[in-house]
Write a protein that binds this ligand. Structure first.
Ligand code: 3PG
Length: 393
């Protein structure tokens, strides 16, 4: 695959697909990490004498304009971060946008309005792709977070542009995640948490082929507990996946992968309620108890498992962390991963929120900007955007 740092861009107009799908409260950007992460690519292209037409989706507006999904607040933040004006287009395609793009001078930046205001984006419609393609002379994909979507701005557009490449963020994601999966330094430990086994089945199976140890936490651990015949009280369980869960544990034994579940828990009555029966060990869950977080003995166990790891991949919380009463297990785990001297890679929306909360952002080797794309990459799935770029190399 070709990347931006290999191209001469003098005087060229570059169409850059980024992932500015940032959380908003009204017009306030709650977390601007994705905008910050795109800056090296934008700055490199500007330093090399290009003008930029930047495009992104925001939210899921279903193919028609919705003011609450406008990228205008992003244009303002981008302008502050870049330290230069960012022009805001009224749309992402059409004659007015073409004329704005056409009159850009080197060093100027135009941000297009939300791509998903048109149905052609998610349908990967060739007509929409062509309309995007005429806006630039070189195409750069720096939207790792959207690279698992076969949408026009990440796939279709490449058919209509001669020069296509990945941006610096895409390169970083590709190198870190790719390296970790291809040739991990060992011991290699995966920590997978979150609510549902069903959404992580693929990743559990794929990582089982590669790791030395696997830790499963969060509500998904309940399904594994129940498969082992242990009491789970009123906790969230996916009864239709008990066999799958058992299959994963059998596979671990057969492959010599050490498999760890939490050994103690914080109980409550609901994810939004207060702590109920306090800390309970794994044999001591009452029939009316709800498991909502991992306890201190689990923390000690997990810390011991990861402390000498040379590679750690972590995705997903250990409990109902949105409620401070059940956040400690995730916070403790985050601190333990941050203290590992080996390579530490993490990703996924909730995991990133935990890291933000603990203020440990700079203590990890790499934090992926992807949510679904991070999981699909780890599952070993081909990401459509990568395939499209590879075809052009
Ligand atoms: C994300 O936030 O994971 C990406 O921006 C993709 O968004 P989507 O799930 O709406 O396609």
């Amino acid at each position: 695959m070709k990347f931006l740092d290999e191209l001469a861009l003098d005087g060229k107009r570059v169409l850059i697909r980024v992932d500015y799908n940032v959380p908003l409260k009204g017009e306030t950007i709650v977390d601007d990490n994705r905008i910050r992460q795109s800056l090296p690519t934008l700055r490199l292209a500007l330093d090399r004498g290009a003008s930029l037409v930047v495009c992104s989706h925001l939210g899921r507006p279903k193919g028609s304009p919705m003011p609450e999904f406008s990228l205008k607040p992003v244009a303002r933040r981008l302008s502050e971060l870049l330290g230069r004006d960012v022009l805001m287009a009224p749309d992402c395609i059409g004659p007015e946008v073409r004329s704005m793009a056409g009159s850009l001078k080197p060093g100027q930046v135009l941000l297009l309005e939300n791509l998903r205001f048109h149905p052609g984006e998610t349908k990967n419609d060739p007509e929409f792709s062509k309309e995007l393609a005429v806006l630039g002379q070189v195409y750069v994909n720096d939207a790792f977070g959207a690279s698992h979507r076969a949408h026009a701005s990440v796939v279709g557009v490449t058919e209509f542009m001669d020069e296509c490449c990945g941006g610096l963020l895409l390169k970083k994601e590709w190198q870190y995640l790719g390296e970790a999966l291809k040739a991990p330094e060992r011991p290699f430990v995966a920590i997978i948490g979150g609510a549902k086994v069903s959404s992580k089945l693929g990743i559990l199976k794929a990582l089982m082929e590669k790791v030395d140890s696997m830790i499963v936490g969060g509500a998904m651990a309940n399904t594994f507990r129940k498969a082992q015949g242990l009491e789970v009280g009123t906790s969230l369980v996916e009864d239709d996946l008990l066999e799958e869960a058992m299959g994963i544990m059998v596979a671990a034994r057969e492959k010599g992968v050490r498999f760890y579940l939490p050994v103690d828990f914080i109980l409550g009555t609901s994810p939004t309620g207060p702590v109920g029966a306090g800390v309970r060990t794994y044999q001591d869950i009452p029939a009316d108890g709800m498991i909502l977080d991992t306890g201190p003995a689990s923390h000690t166990l997990f810390s011991e498992v990861i402390k000498d790891a040379k590679t750690v991949i972590w995705n997903g919380p250990m409990g109902a962390f949105e409620n401070p009463a059940f956040a400690q297990g995730s916070i403790n785990l985050c601190r333990a991963v941050a203290a590992v001297p080996g390579m530490t890679i993490l990703g996924g929306g909730d995991t990133n929120v935990i890291v933000e909360q603990t203020g440990l952002t700079d203590k990890f080797s790499f934090i992926s900007t992807g949510g679904g794309s991070f999981l699909e990459f780890l599952e070993g799935k081909e990401l459509p955007a990568f395939t499209a770029l590879e075809k052009k190399s």
